[in-house]
Structures are given as structure tokens and as C-alpha cells.
Design a protein around this ligand. Structure first.
Ligand SMILES: Nc1ncnc2c1ncn2[C@@H]1O[C@H](COP(=O)(O)OP(=O)(O)O)[C@@H](O)[C@H]1O
Ligand SMILES: [Mg+2]
Length: 329
């Protein structure tokens, strides 16, 4: 990446809606999500389990689960091009090269009956033709890049011969082998134990610095956000309710939901914290209220919060919140 391109918008998501159309109703899993991602930055997407983080990611990849999920509205501009309008064949060219994803569980991304080398090679030949020896050299280099020791030996092994952390590194190597401009990491460390988690996060940071790729880092763990991200988007019941630079979000969170999340993290530099439970339940995505979605759990609720959705308020430079009670900048 040329340095002058750093900071350019690489991905812009506008008013994205992905719903599940089920016999018993419509689940509005992603219901009006907008955000942008710049070259060379890490944007955290954080929120409780079930709020629509993974469905947002899968919508961007155009890899929706079977069984009624459909993106019905919105735009996903990758380098200015709306990839929601691309054909499945065109998407196969885009995935891996321009936008790539690491899932939570490496088990689901790796095929148990093929060696690590086979799977890396498959990812490499999908985008270039070269003699076998050259492809294998590239595969070994890819493993070395994700800090796998003795890659020449590892390349002949099967997934079951590796630890969870190592498998997730292999998944990472495959995901970035096409040098994508955007990497989506959906809770990439949740299945790993704590020390291995930290190593993996460090690795991601280093790869990000080296390649200049932008990362959408999905987590339910606010403790990790301070460590990893430049900016953070807080998601609640299918929408982003607050977005801004990490420092501002930690020091002056505006949305009551964000404040509740932050209150559960001891210190920005403290130990990795989990979201403590906030009293009450998020609304059913099948039966969303007309007003603010957090209203039923909010200590500051007023009539207007129940009557209408607040809309997105600019509360600072680059900082927005969807709340009736915040002060516009
Ligand atoms: N296969 C499915 N069928 C119906 N609804 C689903 C399915 N998968 C997810 N959902 C709904 O979409 C919502 C968002 O899911 P998801 O994006 O996986 O949440 P997150 O990643 O934030 O934990 C869930 O709360 C659930 O109601
Ligand atoms: Mg998820």
C-alpha cells in the first residue's frame, strides 16, 4: 500500500438490512446498519450475543446462511463498488482477494481430510497460476508469516495434528494469502484460551501494520476493543447505536447502552473483561419497538424514546450516537 492511500475509505456500508424470512415471522437481524472502514484501520464491532454482528459480516461477504436470510436493502461499497450488485461468480473473484474473513471456530474453516498445505495451495491457485514448486514456496511463506514454526514440516500435517491456536493461524494465513484490502475477523479468538488469544491478537495487529489492510474486528468483549481497535461501533438489536474513536468511546461514551458495556470493563489496559449482563433483555428481533430499541432497559427513558427512533446524532468529530438525550456537537 502506498502511504498516501492510508485513511482512504475502503469499505462503506449504507443502511444495510438483512432479515430472516421465516414461517413464524421476520427476524430483523441486521436492520439499518451503516459504517465505514478506512485503509489501515481496525474498526471494532461490539455488542451482546445475538445483536447481529455475524449476520452483518456474512452480508458483507455475501455468504448468508441458508434458510430464509436475505439482504433486502442497503449498499456495501468496496472501493466504491456496490458488491451487493455483483453476481455469485463475480463474488467468488472478490472474496479472498479484496475482502476476506476469519471465523470464530477454525474447525469450521478447515477441511479435516486435507493437509494444511493442500488447503493453502487451493487458496493460492484460485488466484494465480504458477508451477507447483512456486506455489508450495508461497504456502510455506504464508505459514511463516503467521508465525508457525517449522512450516516445511507443518505443511504436510492435517488439522487434527495442530492445536486450536495454530489452526486459527492457518485460517488467518489462508484469509490473507490473497492480500485482501479488508479482513473481517468474527470473534477470531473466542475459541482459544487466554494466552493464545493474546498472541493471536498481536499477530493480527502486526499483519495489519505490515499489509495496511483494514480490519473489521467483531467481538462481544469490550476488553479486547481497547487493545485492538482504532474506532469502535457498538451494535444493539440490529443497529449501530454508537460509533467513534476508541478513546472517545471509552472516555466519554454517549449512549446509555455503551455506558453500561464500558462499566463492565475495569480499565482500558486491565485484564481481558467480559460483558457483564445488563439488566433486562434486548427486544425480540421479530417484534422490534418503534422507538429506541434500548428503551426497555434504559434508566433515562422518556416518552419520546418510546414514541420514535432517535436517529443518528453527531456528538463529536467522527463520533455519533443514536439517542434522544445526547447533545449534538
Ligand atoms: N439461522 C437463523 N435462523 C433464524 N434466525 C437467525 C439465524 N441465525 C441468526 N438468527 C437471528 O439473527 C440474530 C443475529 O445473529 P448473529 O448475527 O449471529 O448475532 P451475533 O453474531 O451478534 O451474536 C440472532 O439473534 C437470531 O435471532
Ligand atoms: Mg456472532
Amino acid at each position: 500500500m502506498t502511504p498516501d492511500r492510508k485513511g482512504e475509505t475502503v469499505l462503506e456500508v449504507r443502511d444495510l438490512h438483512t432479515h430472516f424470512f421465516l414461517r413464524r415471522g421476520v427476524v430483523k437481524a441486521v436492520d439499518g446498519v451503516s459504517f465505514s472502514l478506512r485503509r489501515g484501520e481496525v474498526l471494532g464491532l461490539v455488542g451482546e450475543s445475538g445483536c447481529g454482528k455475524s449476520l452483518t459480516a456474512l452480508s458483507l461477504m455475501r455468504l448468508l446462511p441458508k434458510g430464509g436470510a436475505q439482504t433486502i436493502k442497503g449498499e456495501v461499497l468496496l472501493d466504491g463498488e456496490n458488491i451487493l450488485e455483483r453476481t455469485p461468480a463475480e463474488m467468488r473473484q472478490i472474496r479472498g482477494r479484496r475482502i476476506s474473513m476469519v471465523l470464530q471456530d477454525p474447525q469450521t474453516s478447515l477441511n479435516p481430510v486435507f493437509t494444511i498445505g493442500d488447503q493453502l495451495r487451493e487458496a493460492i491457485v484460485r488466484r494465480k497460476r504458477a508451477p507447483h514448486a512456486e506455489i508450495m514456496k508461497e504456502a510455506v511463506a504464508a505459514l511463516r508469516r503467521v508465525e508457525i514454526a517449522a512450516p516445511e514440516q507443518r505443511i504436510g500435517q492435517y488439522p487434527h495434528q495442530m492445536s486450536g491456536g495454530m489452526k486459527q493461524r492457518v485460517v488467518g494465513a489462508i484469509a490473507i494469502s490473497g492480500e485482501p484490502g479488508v479482513l473481517i475477523a468474527d470473534e477470531p479468538t473466542t475459541a482459544l484460551d487466554v494466552t493464545i488469544q493474546l498472541q493471536y491478537l498481536k499477530l493480527l495487529k502486526r499483519l495489519q501494520a505490515e499489509t495496511g489492510m483494514a480490519i473489521l474486528f467483531i467481538t462481544h468483549d469490550f476488553g479486547v476493543v481497547g487493545r485492538m481497535c482504532d474506532r469502535v461501533a457498538v451494535m444493539y438489536a440490529g443497529r449501530i447505536v454508537e460509533c467513534g474513536p476508541v478513546r472517545q468511546i471509552f472516555e466519554a461514551p454517549q449512549h446509555p447502552y455503551t455506558r453500561a458495556l464500558i462499566a463492565s470493563v475495569p480499565k482500558m489496559t486491565g485484564p481481558v473483561g467480559r460483558l457483564t449482563t445488563i439488566e433486562g433483555q434486548p427486544p425480540s428481533l421479530m417484534d422490534l419497538p418503534v422507538g429506541c430499541r434500548f428503551a426497555s432497559r434504559c434508566a433515562h427513558v422518556e416518552q419520546r424514546c418510546l414514541d420514535a427512533y432517535p436517529g443518528t446524532v453527531r456528538v463529536g468529530e467522527e463520533h455519533t450516537a443514536d439517542c434522544w438525550k445526547v447533545m449534538p456537537a
